[in-house]
Design a protein around this ligand. Structure first.
Ligand code: MRU
Length: 362
């Protein structure tokens, strides 16, 4: 991919599935930034494994992937088998791949409900309806990311420095991304923005994915280790923090990549606004607060040995490897969604967002 080519970054199809496809194609995010490899996935195990091993990752991208994955598996259900029961079984299996990002269960739920609504259709028409549903979830995410990028852009000015953690760009979503959306859109419109990307230990999404996407898009990006966020803030180089989200509770507490809450605490200390950007599909209205968000714990080897030529800790050393943490709502300046910018108190502003939506429907 050429550098300075925003369109190629924002419009790169990281997930592909057409109606006739018997498989799902994804860019393998674990091979970036050194290799751009597309994988063909068609078995339940391969699809589950792609989520579990972070070949596809980022809350919205996991949701889009899961919707198409269920369609691919639905096509394989033999005519003599109870379709709805088997579809539910496949959805439950995929849903067990990762616990924190609510988009996974949300997208699978949408697909299962669609199948129930269309249960009377003959099999070919039912499959077509499921494909249309998955494609609609995908198209919807593109529209949502574009709207989030616009809202986010209204919060920053030309010349600003922005700190981001993990990866919430086009690879983690579709089109502009969420946290990187305003940066890519602003750059497309001729603004000059400076980004500090935390490398994001232990899986290095910031180094491998965020700095890769921004560098390719021609954005001024500087990669820092996670423990350098304080000094760049103290130096006055950061005017705003933009991060994505994996699940937002009804009170605004937000789960995102491990280390995010530390960034929010630093931002408060230095008086820098801290913004969470995400689609409303990441808001879990059934989850009252952060204490109810399940936090994924991953393999200790990600800390001890991954990325190193030789292990950096004794094999018997205990490691704690939570993949996410929860940022308390009081540390969040605003939550930027495709429907608008929510400010504290979030219990009210988030509820108002959904109340307006149900009024629109009636
Ligand atoms: O474990 P990951 O890489 O899937 O975690 C991703 C994040 O935490 C992202 O910041 C979040 O999903 C937002 S993606 C738009």
């Amino acid at each position: 991919m050429e550098r300075n080519d925003i369109q190629k970054v924002t419009h790169a199809p990281n997930i592909r599935c057409d109606k006739a496809a018997e498989a799902l194609y994804i860019i393998d995010q674990t091979r970036l930034p050194n290799e751009e490899v597309f994988l063909r996935l068609d078995t339940a195990e391969e699809l589950y494994d792609a989520i579990k091993r972070l070949r596809v990752r980022g809350a919205p991208a996991i949701g889009i992937f899961a919707a198409y994955a269920l369609y691919v598996l639905a096509r394989q259900i033999p005519a003599e088998v109870d379709f709805q029961a088997e579809l539910n079984r496949c959805a439950t299996y995929l849903n067990s791949a990762r616990p924190t990002a609510v988009n996974l269960s949300w997208a699978l739920g949408e697909m299962v409900q669609e199948a129930e609504r269309r249960a009377d259709l003959p099999r070919p028409a039912l499959l077509e309806a499921l494909y249309e549903k998955a494609a609609a979830i995908h198209a919807d995410d593109i529209a949502k990311c574009t709207a989030i990028a616009e809202y986010g852009l209204s919060l920053i000015r030309d010349g600003d420095g922005i700190l981001t953690h993990c990866n919430a760009g086009p690879l983690a979503t579709s089109r502009y991304g969420t946290a990187l959306g305003p940066i890519l859109l602003g750059t497309e419109r001729g603004m000059t923005l400076r980004v500090f990307a935390d490398e994001t230990r232990p899986l290095l999404q910031g180094a491998r994915l965020t700095s890769y996407e921004l560098e390719r898009a021609g954005v001024d990006v500087t990669l820092i280790c996670d423990n350098m966020a304080s000094i760049v803030m103290k130096n006055g180089w950061v005017q705003a923090c933009f991060v994505g989200c994996d699940r937002v509770a009804a009170n605004g507490d937000t789960a995102n990549k491990i280390g995010t809450s530390g960034v929010a605490i630093l931002a408060k200390h230095y008086g820098i606004p801290f913004y969470v950007l995400g689609p409303t599909s990441t808001i879990d209205r059934n989850c009252p607060d952060g204490a109810h968000i399940p936090i994924e714990e991953r393999d200790p080897e990600e800390i001890r040995t991954m990325w190193y030529e030789t292990p950096m800790a004794l094999p018997e050393v205990k490691c704690y490897n939570p993949a996410f943490d929860v940022t308390d709502n009081e540390l969040i300046t605003a939550i930027v969604t495709e429907k608008g910018i929510c400010r504290p108190p979030y219990t009210e502003s988030l509820a108002a967002l959904f109340a307006a939506e149900s009024q629109e429907r009636t």
